[in-house]
Design a protein. Structure first.
Length: 337
């Protein structure tokens, strides 16, 4: 199961989806029992919320403001009563509810539901009494978004108090390394950090919990995945460092040279995928399927054009042979631009 999750996320990174912007930034219930929701625009973003609806299981309000790049706006029942930032009601059940922000022109709908694990873009823990649940938007390239519990809310200001995992990734300068990401995956967050040069990294935006830390990227034209040999535990608002990786200089590097365990190398292809001609009574064709298990292409012996497919992780499976009930071999390929 974990491997599948890894590959889903990996495909997302390689595809480099458009930058994911989340305006919903933090929410909680104050000591007087009033619900509040913070909105934030990223430094390059602007948001027009005139007429947008913010809906929960037990309330609805109409928003009436715009938000400048980098700005924070907090909506609560007091502001709504004064019709400062909108009108209507804002309430939610702090134990279990959802926030839904309607689609506006040029802006996608946003929502977050709680409590839901694993946490992520639309899944959050529940806000504790007097605390909040805050969102971390990491690198746009990674589309890495997570919600975590913040016991000291930051109404109207940048979210903090998330947990982080960091360390170093090193490789020889003569080794060509591309598309390198370090991932931290756990019940309370999956976040990634991109590196284009050897050095230190920090994966931020995590809730307290236990994480698997992995590295993936293209090394000398081949796909490498390395898994840190131990789970990493972070507590609330803590950074755990020293989670280091060293990328081997070649695909045949000795296992003992590595600080983390490398998985078998997958094939990295660009433009076309070569399916070796079958020998004897072996399969004559194969299928290419994606990380969700959907078949995307039937492959034939020889060169197959895959230039029309989105970059990402795929799998090749030989077509089952009627005479054999043996499991068919599955090979991983990574399609790059
Ligand atoms: Ca905040």
């Amino acid at each position: 199961m974990r491997t599948v999750a890894v590959l889903f996320a990996l495909a997302g990174a390689v595809v480099a989806n458009p930058v994911l912007v989340t305006y919903l930034s933090e929410f909680g219930v104050d000591s007087a029992g009033r619900a509040w929701v913070e909105f934030n625009a990223q430094p390059e973003e602007y948001g027009d919320f005139h007429g947008a609806l913010l809906t929960t299981s037990c309330s609805e309000c109409t928003l009436n403001f715009d938000i400048q790049p980098g700005e924070y706006v907090v909506v609560d029942s007091e502001a709504l009563a004064q019709r400062v930032l909108g009108w209507g009601k804002l309430r939610f059940n702090p134990l279990a509810d959802s926030l839904f922000l309607s689609v506006m022109e040029g802006m996608p709908a946003e929502s977050v539901r709680f409590p839901v694990v694993p946490t992520g873009q639309r899944a959050a823990p529940a806000p504790p009494p007097g605390g909040s649940v805050a969102c971390c938007n990491n690198s746009g390239l990674a589309n890495a978004v997570n919600w975590y519990v913040d016991s000291t809310p930051t109404r109207g200001g940048p979210n903090d108090d998330f947990s982080s995992i960091g360390g170093r990734v090193d490789w020889d300068s003569t080794v060509q390394v591309e598309m390198l990401w370090v991932w931290a995956r756990g019940c309370y967050g999956t976040m990634a950090e991109y590196l284009d040069t050897p050095g230190e990294y920090v994966v931020p935006g995590l809730g307290p919990g236990t994480y698997e830390v992995e590295l993936s990227g293209s090394v000398e034209g081949q796909w490498l995945e390395m898994i840190y040999p131990e789970s990493v535990r972070v507590s609330y608002s803590q950074t755990v460092g020293g989670i280091n990786f060293r990328i081997p200089s070649s695909a045949v590097a000795e296992q003992s040279d590595r600080q983390a365990v490398a998985e078998p190398w997958a094939t990295l292809v660009r433009g076309s995928l070569l399916l070796p001609a079958s020998s004897g009574a072996r399969a004559r064709s194969a299928v290419l399927f994606d990380a969700s298990g959907s078949t995307v292409l039937t492959l034939h012996p020889g060169r197959n054009d895959v230039s029309g497919l989105s970059p990402g992780v795929y799998f090749v499976r030989e077509e089952p042979q009627a005479a054999s009930r043996k499991p068919q071999a599955i090979r991983k390929v990574v399609i790059a631009r």
